[in-house]
Write a protein that binds this ligand. Structure first.
Ligand code: HAM
Length: 428
């Protein structure tokens, strides 16, 4: 006897997308691809699993992601340490180096798919979520930095989104950050008594992140800390100015946010986030920036790069607030039938209708006409095609219009099978 199986639920923070929402995802993805193609971006699909070292090296040892959010496990078959990607950039760069993609020319590439972070789930924050990841590899900017931001503004317009704002900062270059860091550590040391546990722990390992604190008792200390912008050299300032001028050209408003540091270590110069108040606590829809050192850090020939990622769940949530989802039919034509001969005929007729570009469901199994028509109606089809003994004998099919087309013509008509596709196409 089979043992009873205890019903399982999905893993916390990992959501099912059910058919109704599935359609919205598909429509959204189609729109996104269109938008990416209009800027010349080409698709890449790196694997979900990578060697753990790629992320610890690429994202940085002392980041929330690497310290506590990665799904890492030992491959029991060979002892390798593997990690489910917590973001795309490191994998995209690994693939670029491995396949020598920058040998001939720079590349505009994108990827879309699930990423994994072990965070505390809440609205807009999941353990499996989806990103649209966009990378311009081998471009020094600032033109491409600005183009990416302009491109995002176009997407928000296309989705009809208002209330989404741009925050911008420059992280300068490593030597500028080192000088700033020394000054910052001195500042933090002077306020050591008010640092919380995270602050103490990060004082020397990642002092910049200490300023990212949400702790009210540390705000004043954070506000009065030395600013990186005062340590930027001429080239870094010029780069930032180049980005800002181009944003002004495009009429895109932004707020300079010196506290914007991002949670991944690979950035330099331009960093940005698009934020909204309409999503509760998880309001960052998109984040990105320049990472000129990462390709070399991961073993490639030095090359500059810039990119961003959009959180798809967050953007879909926002899109849903501006656009009521329309119910979507499962098919255009639903075929009902009576008797085995008619059922087999229906399967063949359906294939010819699909040849003509129609989407068709053939009622599966056998049932009375009444319950088949109920299903036809529930499917959202514009027309039901009826195949019974009479129709088979006469080489025709009945066509019943299901969605208010009755007024325009007859509610039901007989159509010779060889004209069926044409008649249906004219109305569905
Ligand atoms: P990120 O800021 O870590 O950047 O993530 C990008 C976006 O993913 C966030 O702005 C947010 O919308 C979404 N996101 C992050 N965590 C979650 C979560 N737990 N649940 C739902 N959505 C989430 C990166 O990942 C960089 N790789 C972006 C990049 C590409 N930089 C350069 N190129």
């Amino acid at each position: 006897m089979t043992q009873a199986f205890q019903k399982l639920a999905a893993i916390r923070g990992m959501n099912d997308v059910l058919p109704e929402a599935g359609h919205r995802w598909e429509a959204f993805e189609a729109l996104i691809r269109d938008w990416l193609h209009s800027y010349g971006y080409r698709n890449m699909r790196p694997p979900v699993l990578e060697h753990t070292r790629l992320f610890t090296r690429g994202i940085g040892e002392v980041t929330d992601i690497v310290e506590k959010e990665m799904y890492t496990f030992t491959d029991a078959l060979n002892g390798d340490s593997l990690t489910m990607r917590p973001e795309f950039t490191a994998g995209m760069v690994r693939a670029t180096i491995e396949h020598n993609l920058l040998y001939e020319r720079p590349q505009r590439v994108y990827a879309m798919g699930p990423v994994f972070r072990h965070e505390r789930p809440q609205r807009g924050r999941y353990r499996q979520f989806h990103q649209i990841d966009v990378e311009a590899l081998g471009f020094a900017g600032p033109d491409v930095d600005a183009e990416m931001i302009v491109m995002l503004a176009r997407l928000w317009r296309r989705l009809g989104l208002a209330d989404i704002r741009l925050e911008l900062n420059s992280l300068g270059q490593p030597d500028e950050r080192a000088a700033h860091r020394a000054a910052l550590i001195a500042h933090l040391e002077r306020h050591r008594d008010i640092l919380d546990e995270d602050g103490q722990r990060r004082l020397y390992s990642n002092p910049l992140r200490v300023l990212d604190t949400k702790n009210p008792a540390m705000q004043e200390m954070a506000d009065s800390a030395p600013r990186l912008s005062d340590f930027l050299g001429e080239a870094s300032r010029a780069h930032l100015q180049g980005v800002c001028e181009r944003l002004d050209d495009a009429g895109i408003a932004y707020r300079m946010n010196p506290r914007l540091v991002r949670g991944l270590d690979y950035y330099n110069l331009t960093v940005f986030e698009w934020v909204t108040d309409r999503l509760g606590a998880q309001g960052t829809v998109c984040g990105g920036g320049r990472y000129d050192g990462l390709i070399e850090l991961l073993g490639g020939k030095p090359a500059p790069a810039v990119g961003f990622a959009i959180g798809m769940e967050r953007l879909l949530d926002l899109w849903g607030q501006s656009q009521a989802p329309e119910p979507v039919p499962e098919c255009q034509v639903y075929i009902v039938h009576q008797g085995e001969a008619a059922q087999r005929r229906a399967a063949r007729v359906a294939e010819t209708l699909r040849d003509a570009g129609l989407s068709v469901i053939v009622h599966a199994g056998s049932a009375g006409f009444k319950s088949q028509f109920k299903r036809a109606d529930a499917s959202g089809a514009r027309a039901a095609v009826i195949l019974g003994g009479d129709e088979l004998a006469s080489g025709s099919a009945g066509v019943k219009w299901l969605r208010g087309d009755a007024q325009q013509g007859e509610a039901q008509q007989q159509v010779p099978l060889d004209q069926l596709a044409e008649v249906l196409q004219s109305k569905v």
